[in-house]
Write a new protein. Structure first.
Ligand SMILES: [Zn+2]
Length: 308
């Protein structure tokens, strides 16, 4: 292992950082998690800097290239984070502030783009020509990769799927459409994010629970939790069907905390065909092969391969 082979990536979540150091062959040499204060931009910057120090100490090398996967995207003209469900990051010059604090350049990209990059190079979508990467977590985002290249788009937000309206809503869903952090109502993120599932469960009379607890109760046979999970899966299927109808991906790869819900991969493909414009649907739905650390690996890979 040469020090020049290593790169450091951090997945910035609402309340947690996931960091990894990877080499040119995409092997993970160090992996860490760190709580990050919710709602505090300065503390978020400080936590990222602390994470860099911890990871570099793990491998005994300083000054590694750093990439950060962010919720929201970087405004192309003003270089400020925008569209993040973690709203304390919006309109903040995160790359500039991190570079100033760390004393080195820092690359940033949105989480879904990092997920797409990591999975395309050595993960579940390696070799596929048309891939949609979806992040289901405290927020919902997406990215489109065609022939190994991330599609940016004229405005830089191609694949930003979370703030489309949930398709084919029932009358009850139209009446009860939840308000989204973007200010609209009924967005896919408002339904499918972890907080979205929690709010939906409470609306139907359930306890205030985090999404993994709802899933665990559903799997244990609790009726109300089972209904919440069933509806979440059906809405996921409709939201993915819209993506299939628009861009026909070979593979949809899912990352983020809710990608651990195994029912996604067994149940959603049974439902989505009803909403797709073909009776011979070949798109597959897979979890991120790199698991929880996939987005952090993708952030590290924002830096070019050594010698590239
Ligand atoms: Zn929205």
């Amino acid at each position: 292992m040469s020090p020049s082979d290593l790169r450091l990536g951090i997945d910035l979540g609402c309340s947690r950082l996931t960091g990894a150091i990877v080499d040119a062959d995409h092997r993970v040499h160090a992996e860490r998690r760190l709580a990050v204060p919710v709602g505090d931009y300065s503390a978020t910057v400080a936590a990222i800097v602390e994470m860099v120090g911890i990871l570099e100490s793990d491998v005994g090398i300083e000054g590694l290239p750093v990439g950060v996967a962010t919720p929201g995207r970087l405004n192309a003209s003003r270089h400020l984070i925008c569209g993040s469900h973690a709203d304390w990051l919006n309109n903040r010059p995160l790359p500039r502030d991190l570079a100033a604090t760390l004393g080195r350049n820092v690359r940033t990209a949105h989480k879904a783009g990092c997920l797409a990059g990591a999975e395309q190079r050595s993960g579940g979508s390696a070799g596929a020509r048309r891939v949609f990467a979806a992040v289901l977590g405290s927020g919902v985002s997406g990215a489109l990769m065609i022939d190994g290249r991330l599609v940016g788009g004229a405005n830089g937000f191609a694949g930003a799927w979370g703030h489309n309206s949930l398709p084919w809503p029932s009358a009850a869903e139209m009446r009860g459409a939840p308000t989204c952090g973007c200010g609209l109502s009924g967005c896919i993120e408002a339904w499918l994010s972890g907080p979205g599932m929690s709010r939906d469960h409470e609306r139907r009379g359930g306890h205030a629970l985090a999404a993994p607890d709802i899933v665990a109760r559903a799997e244990a046979g609790e009726r109300l939790a089972g209904i919440t999970l069933r509806d979440w899966l059906a809405r996921s299927a409709r939201a993915f069907a819209m993506v299939i109808n628009l861009i026909e991906p070979e593979i949809i790869v899912v990352g983020g905390g809710l990608s651990r819900i195994r029912w996604l991969y067994s149940e959603v493909p049974k439902i989505w065909a009803r909403h797709c414009a073909t009776d011979d649907l070949r798109t597959t739905l897979v979890p991120a092969a790199h698991g929880e650390v996939s987005i952090a690996c993708g952030a590290a890979l924002l830096w070019p391969e050594p010698g590239a």
